[in-house]
Design a protein around this ligand. Structure first.
Ligand code: SF4
Length: 928
C-alpha cells in the first residue's frame, strides 16, 4: 500500500550520505565508517584515534564518550545540527529516534548506524537548501555567529544556507509583545446540576464513547468543590480516590470547564509530573479551543519562573557573557527561543538533551534562578516569556501548574488577585512531599552564598549583567536617602555571609566570618556523631551524613548566637528598604511611571521573600540549645555525592507539613480536590480513609472533607501477575545483576528496573549492559547515562526492546502505555530511608504501621506503571526473599501474587502471557 510514510521513504532514496567519517559506540561495541567507504567494527582505542584525527559524525557526544571511556571526545554531533535546523522540534536522541524524526529508514543493527548518521547529516543539510524550510528565518545570522565561535558544524553548513535578500530581524525585535489586559472580575457564584455535569462529560468523551459509571460518579463528586463556599476559611475539600483507567482527567475537567464558563473564573489543575501536564494539555483541547475569538488562550501551562528563558540573561550570554561551548549553546537556545511556544526550558519544547550536550548549568544560568529580574527596568520586559505566562494565566479558564508552584504562589505570590481559589491537585499523593519541601527551611552554605550574591552581585571580575541590590535599585537610592542608606547597610552586613571558596575553607578548618564559623562547627559535629560508617550508607559509602540537633556543645551554641546576630544585621536594613519602597509606591514621585512602579513592586516581592528567609534562619538558630519545638524536626547535615562534599548546613522541616499547607493553601481557597489512584492506603483491612483525611491537612482547619472512590475498570486478574522471587539473597549483588539480566532477556526488553540505592543500580548496570546490548537489548540507566530523566523515558517509550533502570523519580513519573513496558522489576521491598526526619515522623504516626503505609504506597505506585490501558499486560517482579504478606494488599484486588524461584519466574515472564491464561502454581505459593 502506498502511504505517506512510504512516500517519505522513497524521498529518502535521493538523500546523499555526507562524505564524512562516522562513529557509533554502544554497549555491544564500536563501529567506524570511512568518509566514502565501508563500515567496520573497531576497538575503542582505534575509534578514539579516528575521532582525534579528523572530525567524525556522531550522535550524542557525551554518551559516546561515556561508552568509549574517553571524556574529551568531540566531533560533529548530529543532535547539535538537529537543534540548529529544527529548533523546538521533538526528537528522541537515539539512532532510531533520529531516523524517525527525519523519515529515514531505521537502522536494524549497530553496524548500520554510521551510515544512518551520514544520511541524517545529508538530510539535514538538504533541508537547509529547501525553499520550504520552516525554520529558515534567523538561521543565516546565527550561523555567522557560530562561524566566529568555531562551531564544528559551521563550516559544513555554510555552503548550504543562502544569505537572505533582506537582513534578518534580531531575535529580540522579532518576539511578540504581550498586552496588558483588564483584571477579571471575581467569579460568579454558580451551582452545577448533576445533569449538566453528566451532559458535559458525555460531550467531552465524545459521541459513541463507552459509558463508564465510575467516571460519571467521579465527575459528579468533583463538581461539589465548585459550589459556592458557605463560610470564610472553610473551603469545600474533596478527596477522590480514582483507580487507574477510570478517566479521571475528563472526570474533573467536565465540571471544571462548566464552572469556568459559567462563572468566568479560573480553575487550577496542579500535577506533580510533567507527563501528566502534557496529557492534560491534550485532554483540555476537548473542552476549550486553542484560542478564543480575541486571540487569548483559555488553557495555559504555568510553571515556576526558574523554568523559563530570561531574555536579558540570553542577550548577555550572546554578547560575550558566555565563552567557549556555552556560547555555542546560547546561539542554539536563541534559535529555539524564536520558535518556542512558551519559552519553557525545562520540560517544554527545548529538547531535554540540549543541556547535557553542553552544560546543564549553562541552561540554568539562562533562566531567572535567583530572582534578579528587574521587571519593567528590563528592555525585554514586554516580550518576556515569564511575564507573558503570568498574564495569560490571569485570563485563563484553566491553568495547568505543578504542586510546588501552587504552594509557592500561595505562600509568597506577587499578585493576590491571581492566587488560585479552585484547585484540583491531581497526583494528590504527592502533595505531602511538595508541601514538605516548600515549607522547609535550610541554612546551608549554598543557600547563604545565594543570598550574598543576590545582595552583593558578582564580586570578582565576572562578565555579564548580574547586578547586586545597589545597582538594581540605584535610582531609588538616589531619590530616597533613607532607602539608599538601607541598601548600603544591607550590602555592608552581607559581607558576613559565606563567600567563594567556603567549602575548601571548611575542609581546611579555616572558616571566615560568623556564618562560616558556625557551618564549620556544624560540619565537625556531624562527622563526630555520625554512626553510619559501619552501616549501609554514610561516611564509608560517600553519601550524605546527618546528626540530630541535641545536646549541642556550648561553643556551637555561642557560634549560632553570633551567626544569628549577623543575620539580624542583614535583615533589619532589608526591612527598612521594604518600608521605603512601599512609601515610594504610595506617594509616587513624578518620575515613577507604570513601568517603574512595576519594577519597584517586583523588588518588594523578592525583598519580602529574602526577609522571610532570614527570619526563618534566625528562628532556627535561636532554637539551637533551647528546648526542641515539637512542631519541627531539626538536624545538621553534610551533603555528599561520591564522597565529595557539596553542602553543609542546618535543616528544619515541619513534623506535619500539611499544617502550613492547610493554612496557606486550603484556608484561603473556595474549593480544593485531591485526587489520585493511591490516595488511600490499601491496608489488609481495606481502604484506610482516616489516614487519607489526616494526610490531606483538612483537619487542621477543621474541615471535614467529602470522600469519593471509583475502582479501576482494568482486568488485573487476567492482565497482570505479581511475582515475588524468593531465591535472590539480599546483598548478593552478582545474583541480583544476573536476575535482572535474565529477566530482561526473558521479556525481550521492555523492562523498567527500580532500585532504592544508586550504588546498586550502577553495579547491576555495569555488570549486565554489555551482555544485553550484544543480544540487541539496549539498557539505559539514570545516574549512569549522561541523559536527563525525561529523555531517558522518551528513549524507553520509543523502543520496545529497550529497558530502563532508575530510582525514585521513575517509580511514578513514567507513563508508558503499550508494548514498551511489559515488566517492572523491583530490586527489593522499598523500605523508607532511615533518616532523622523519617524517624521523627514514624514515631509521631504510629511506628511500624506508618512504614507499612509508606511501602504499600510505593508498591502501588510502582505497580501502577505496568497497566496504563485496558490492553496492557505484564509482570510485576519483586526480587525479595522475605516479602511481608501484610504488604500484599498494595496490589489491586484480584491480581494474582505468586512466590516462586527465579527459574519459574523467568518461564512466566518469557511466555509473555499474564494472569490466569497460564496455569497458576500450587496453592501454597499463591497469595491473595
Ligand atoms: S523581565 Fe526579568 S525575567 Fe523577563 S527577560 Fe527581563 S530580566 Fe529576564
Amino acid at each position: 500500500m502506498f502511504t505517506f510514510r512510504s512516500a517519505l521513504r522513497m524521498a529518502e532514496i535521493v538523500i546523499e550520505p555526507v562524505p564524512l567519517p562516522a562513529l557509533h559506540a554502544s554497549h555491544a561495541g564500536t563501529w567506524v565508517r570511512d568518509a566514502n567507504g565501508s563500515t567496520r567494527e573497531s576497538s575503542k582505542g582505534e575509534a578514539i584515534m579516528a575521532a582525534a584525527d579528523t572530525p567524525v559524525l556522531l550522535l550524542n557526544a557525551p554518551l559516546v564518550a561515556t561508552r568509549l571511556g574517553y571524556p574529551d571526545l568531540s566531533g560533529l554531533d548530529l543532535l547539535e545540527l538537529y537543534a540548529f535546523v529544527h529548533p523546538a522540534r521533538f526528537c528522541v536522541p537515539t539512532p532510531k529516534g533520529l531516523a524517525d524524526a527525519l523519515s529515514l529508514e531505521q537502522p536494524t543493527s549497530d553496524d548500520a548506524v554510521p551510515l544512518l548518521l551520514q544520511k541524517a547529516a545529508g538530510a539535514l543539510l538538504q533541508t537547509c537548501e529547501k525553499q520550504d524550510w520552516a525554520e529558515r528565518d534567523g538561521a543565516w545570522s546565527t550561523l555567522q555567529s557560530l562561524v566566529r565561535l568555531r562551531w564544528p558544524w559551521a563550516q559544513v553548513l555554510a555552503p548550504h544556507i543562502a544569505r537572505p535578500e533582506q537582513a534578518e530581524k534580531w531575535l529580540f525585535s522579532k518576539l511578540p509583545e504581550w498586552e496588558e489586559t483588564p483584571e477579571r472580575p471575581q467569579p460568579a457564584s454558580v451551582v452545577l446540576s448533576e445533569s449538566e455535569v453528566e451532559g458535559q462529560l458525555e460531550y467531552l468523551t465524545g459521541a459513541g464513547a463507552e459509558r463508564r459509571e465510575g467516571q460519571r460518579s467521579y465527575a459528579k463528586a468533583a463538581s461539589k468543590v465548585f459550589a459556592p463556599r458557605r463560610e470564610r476559611g472553610q473551603p469545600h475539600v474533596l478527596l477522590a480516590q480514582a483507580g487507574t483507567g477510570i478517566g479521571k482527567t475528563l472526570g474533573y475537567l467536565a465540571p471544571a470547564s462548566l464552572w469556568a464558563s459559567a462563572s468566568q473564573g479560573t480553575v487550577w489543575v496542579s500535577t506533580f509530573t510533567k507527563n501528566l501536564q502534557r496529557q492534560l494539555r491534550g485532554e483540555a483541547r476537548r473542552a476549550w479551543p486553542e484560542r478564543r475569538a480575541d486571540g487569548t488562550r483559555p488553557v495555559v501551562v504555568r510553571k515556576g519562573r526558574e523554568n523559563y528563558l530570561c531574555l536579558l540573561n540570553l542577550e548577555d550570554a550572546l554578547q560575550g557573557g558566555f565563552g567557549g561551548r556555552p556560547a555555542i549553546m546560547a546561539q542554539l537556545v536563541a534559535r529555539w527561543a524564536a520558535y518556542s511556544q512558551d519559552g519553557d526550558m525545562v520540560g517544554g519544547d527545548l529538547p531535554g538533551w540540549l543541556g547535557t550536550l553542553f552544560r546543564k548549568r549553562a541552561i540554568a544560568s539562562l533562566t531567572d534562578q535567583r530572582g534578579e529580574c528587574v521587571y519593567a527596568g528590563c528592555p525585554h520586559y514586554r516580550k518576556c516569556f515569564i511575564e507573558r505566562a503570568a498574564r495569560a494565566s490571569a485570563q485563563a479558564d484553566l491553568v495547568i501548574a505543578n504542586h510546588a508552584l501552587v504552594m509557592v504562589n500561595a505562600a509568597r505570590g506577587r499578585d493576590h488577585a491571581q492566587r488560585p481559589t479552585r484547585i484540583v491537585f491531581d497526583e494528590g499523593h504527592h502533595v505531602h512531599q511538595a508541601a514538605d519541601s516548600t515549607f522547609a527551611a535550610a541554612l546551608t552554605g549554598a543557600e547563604a552564598i545565594e543570598l550574598r550574591r543576590w545582595i552583593l552581585g558578582p564580586e570578582r571580575k565576572s562578565k555579564g549583567r548580574r547586578r547586586g541590590l545597589a545597582a538594581r535599585l540605584a535610582d531609588v537610592a538616589s531619590y530616597d536617602e533613607a532607602g539608599g542608606a538601607a541598601v548600603e547597610a544591607a550590602v555592608a552586613a552581607a559581607q558576613a555571609l559565606v563567600s567563594d571558596g567556603w567549602l575548601q575553607r571548611l575542609h581546611d578548618n579555616e572558616p571566615y566570618g560568623p556564618i562560616e564559623n558556625l557551618l564549620a562547627a556544624v560540619r565537625a559535629l556531624t562527622y563526630a556523631r555520625d554512626e553510619s560508617a559501619n552501616g549501609l550508607s554514610g561516611q564509608e559509602a560517600g553519601y550524605g551524613i546527618e546528626t540530630e540537633v541535641a545536646d549541642l556543645p556550648g561553643k556551637l551554641i555561642q557560634l549560632a548566637q553570633e551567626a544569628m546576630g549577623a543575620l539580624t544585621e542583614i535583615r533589619a536594613p532589608l526591612v527598612k528598604l521594604g518600608v521605603r519602597l512601599e512609601a515610594i509606591v504610595e506617594d509616587a514621585p513624578d518620575w515613577l511611571d507604570a513601568q517603574g512602579r512595576a519594577r519597584i513592586e517586583g523588588a518588594r516581592n523578592s525583598l519580602a521573600w529574602r526577609i522571610d528567609l532570614l527570619a526563618a534562619w534566625e528562628s532556627m538558630l535561636n532554637r539551637l540549645g533551647g528546648p526542641a519545638d515539637p512542631e519541627f524536626v531539626d538536624w545538621f547535615a553534610v551533603d555528599r555525592s561520591d564522597a565529595r562534599e557539596f553542602d553543609v548546613g542546618i535543616h528544619r522541616r515541619w513534623l506535619d507539613p500539611m499544617k502550613p499547607f492547610a493554612r496557606i493553601v486550603l484556608e484561603p481557597s473556595h474549593g480544593v480536590m485531591l485526587t489520585s489512584a493511591t490516595l488511600t492506603d490499601r491496608s489488609p483491612d481495606g481502604a484506610d480513609w482516616d489516614s487519607a483525611v489526616q494526610a490531606s491537612g483538612a483537619p487542621h482547619i477543621e474541615v471535614q472533607p467529602q470522600l469519593s472512590a471509583a475502582n479501576s475498570p482494568f482486568d488485573y486478574a487476567n492482565r497482570a501477575e505479581v511475582l515475588i522471587v524468593t531465591d535472590i539473597k539480599r546483598g548478593d549483588l552478582p545474583a541480583l545483576a544476573g536476575a535482572y539480566a535474565r529477566l530482561i532477556e526473558a521479556a525481550g526488553g521492555g523492562v523498567l528496573g527500580l532500585f532504592t540505592a544508586i550504588r546498586r543500580l550502577r553495579i547491576v548496570h555495569g555488570r549486565i549492559a554489555d551482555r544485553l546490548a550484544r543480544a540487541g537489548l539496549p539498557l539505559f540507566a539514570q545516574h549512569v547515562d549522561p541523559i536527563d530523566t525525561g529523555t531517558l523515558v522518551d528513549i524507553f517509550r520509543d523502543d520496545p526492546k529497550a529497558s530502563l533502570l532508575g530510582t525514585d523519580a521513575l517509580r511514578d513519573g513514567v507513563d508508558v502505555a503499550g508494548d514498551s513496558l511489559r515488566c517492572v522489576v523491583m530490586e527489593a521491598v522499598p523500605w523508607p530511608k532511615p533518616s532523622i526526619l523519617h524517624r521523627a515522623r514514624r514515631a509521631a504516626n504510629g511506628g511500624s504501621s506508618y512504614d507499612d503505609r509508606m511501602i504499600r504506597a510505593r508498591l502501588a505506585q510502582a505497580f501502577g506503571r505496568l497497566i496504563r490501558s485496558k490492553d496492557d499486560a505484564g509482570h510485576f517482579v519483586v526480587l525479595s526473599s522475605a516479602f511481608p504478606s501484610r504488604l500484599l494488599s498494595a496490589f489491586p484486588d484480584g491480581t494474582p501474587v505468586i512466590r516462586l524461584p527465579l527459574e519459574e519466574a523467568l518461564q512466566r515472564v518469557a511466555s509473555g502471557v499474564s494472569g490466569l491464561d497460564q496455569p497458576l502454581p500450587a496453592k501454597d505459593n499463591l497469595q491473595s
